[in-house]
Design a protein around this ligand. Structure first.
Ligand code: SIN
Ligand code: FE2
Length: 238
């Protein structure tokens, strides 16, 4: 090799003398991880997007859960929700006999919800930008807790003031199958596997699509045990 070879990134410096076997091409591609997938016109799945920061994210989540533990809220009709939930941010999603809405305080403590950790704000903004939504600044993060067997029925996220802002969803722990439907409840749904560290972004004309989660299969996640945690970041206020 010439001594004055330009200073290329190390992966490109290797100069094979023989043809590269297919197995090596495959593992070389794997170095870059799974690629973003466009699932609908304004919906992007970013597989493993949160993995690089997962420990920082879990560290940031711990004090949030200490200040505002998971609880089971009730639907306006009086049914206990199977998913445990809490929030961080200036607004938090709540449900009780008065309806679904955002509230600046935690009804359990009467105090403001814990602040949205900067690592989460930054991750959400980067994920939204990957899906074409620049300048996303969430003010609410709903934290959902699923045990094996827990499901989330089809619904639309429509308690936010500005549907021009996307939803950024971060999956942690046990895998899930996310149901992603259309603008009508009866529309056909696609099944999207969501794994630990995956981030899903939907907005624009997909913002009001019905979605839900199939019952979580029994299992033990190596990092989070027998649970799935989902963070959905929203811009809830005006
Ligand atoms: C939600 O729709 O609020 C949560 C979705 C999920 O858990 O993936
Ligand atoms: Fe939702």
């Amino acid at each position: 090799m010439p001594a004055n070879r330009p200073n290329l990134p190390s992966a490109l410096q290797w100069c094979p003398s023989k043809p590269i076997p297919n197995s090596m091409i495959q593992s070389d591609l794997d170095l870059f991880g799974p690629q973003p997938q466009r699932l609908a016109s304004h919906t992007v799945l970013l597989p493993g997007f949160a993995l690089a920061e997962i420990e920082a994210l879990l560290d940031a989540l711990r004090p949030v859960l200490r200040a505002a533990p998971f609880r089971h809220m009730h639907t306006p009709g009086g049914l206990r929700m199977a998913v445990g939930l809490t929030n961080c941010g200036t607004l938090g999603w709540v449900s009780d006999e008065h309806g679904y809405r955002y509230s600046p305080s935690d009804p359990l403590s009467g105090k403001p919800w814990p602040a949205l950790p900067p690592v989460l704000l930054e991750l959400a903004a980067r994920a939204a930008a990957m899906a074409g939504f620049d300048g996303f600044v969430p003010d609410a993060c709903l934290v959902n807790h699923y045990l094996p067997g827990t499901r989330l029925s089809l619904h639309q996220d429509r308690d936010e003031q500005d549907f021009g802002q996307p939803i950024v969803s971060v999956s942690l722990g046990l895998p899930a199958v996310f149901l992603f439907g259309g603008l009508q409840r009866a529309d056909k749904t696609q099944r999207i596997p969501l794994n630990h560290g995956d981030v899903l972004v939907w907005g624009g004309e997909d913002r009001l699509r019905f979605h839900g989660v199939l019952p979580i299969k029994p299992g033990v996640h190596p990092r989070l045990g027998e649970r799935r945690i989902n963070l959905t970041l929203r811009k809830a206020g005006g």
